[in-house]
Design a binder for this molecule. Structure first.
Ligand code: PRP
Ligand code: URA
Length: 213
């Protein structure tokens, strides 16, 4: 992992980078795209959750009793930003099958690029959980910033944000508004174009995951 700012990391693992290249390819179809998003989310989740708290419990092996660690504390909350963030949820749940799942619905106005929230349902007590927010694309940063503000308004405190591809401007803005949030990026791309799409990026993540183009 490469540290970009305090609390902001790029997941430089070759397996993640290889899979991102496959996502970028315009000829990668919906079925394969969905599977790869899931795999990348799992690999990124593995890195992002390396500081999960543990506690020792007693276990009896076929040889003898011993103390051995298990994950401690409240179950995690995974909160995808709809729609595209949904594609990353199975990858995180593969690591933490008993996590709770919340949802935040945001869409970006096609002309102003301003985010609009249309849904929010979070598992309680949200303030006692480590919260993993997912969205494959961090472009201007508006959607992630508003979604995280909403989670904080509901009491969320320990938030990790996972995004597969990000633009430098979006990362900087997200970090300046929410410096306490741990941000994990799969790849930092070059820039945004005049339609606020990430270049080179992978196109519209929601459309590619759900086949809605
Ligand atoms: C996309 C993406 C992010 C947002 C990123 O969602 O999944 O949520 O844009 O852009 P931003 O950083 O400039 O806010 P979109 O609004 O296209 O909705 P969708 O996932 O339902 O397609
Ligand atoms: N949303 C996407 O899905 N792709 C981008 O490049 C920017 C925002």
């Amino acid at each position: 992992m490469k540290q970009l700012y305090e609390n902001v990391f790029e997941c430089t693992h070759p397996l993640i980078q290889h899979k991102i290249t496959m996502l970028r390819n315009k000829d990668t179809g919906t079925n394969e795209f969905r599977s790869i998003v899931e795999e990348i989310a799992m690999l990124m989740g593995f890195e992002a959750l390396q500081d999960l708290p543990t506690e020792d419990i007693e276990v009896e092996t076929p040889i003898e009793k011993c103390m051995s660690p298990v994950i401690a504390g409240r179950k995690l909350a995974v909160v995808p930003i709809l729609r595209a963030g949904l594609g990353m949820v199975p990858g995180i749940l593969a690591l933490t099958p008993s996590a709770k799942v919340g949802h935040i619905g945001m869409y970006r106005d096609e002309e102003t690029f301003e985010p609009h929230e249309y849904f929010c349902k979070l598992p309680r007590p949200i303030e006692e959980r480590i919260i993993v927010v997912t969205d494959p694309m961090l472009a201007t940063g508006g959607s992630a910033i508003d979604a995280i503000s909403q989670i904080k308004k509901h009491g969320g405190k320990r938030i990790k944000f996972l995004s597969i591809i990000a633009a430098p401007a979006g990362i900087e803005k997200l970090h300046s508004v929410h410096p306490d949030v741990e941000v994990y990026i799969g790849h930092v791309d070059r820039c945004l174009n005049e339609s606020a799409y990430i270049c080179p990026g992978l196109g519209d993540a929601g459309d590619r995951i759900f086949g809605t183009k």
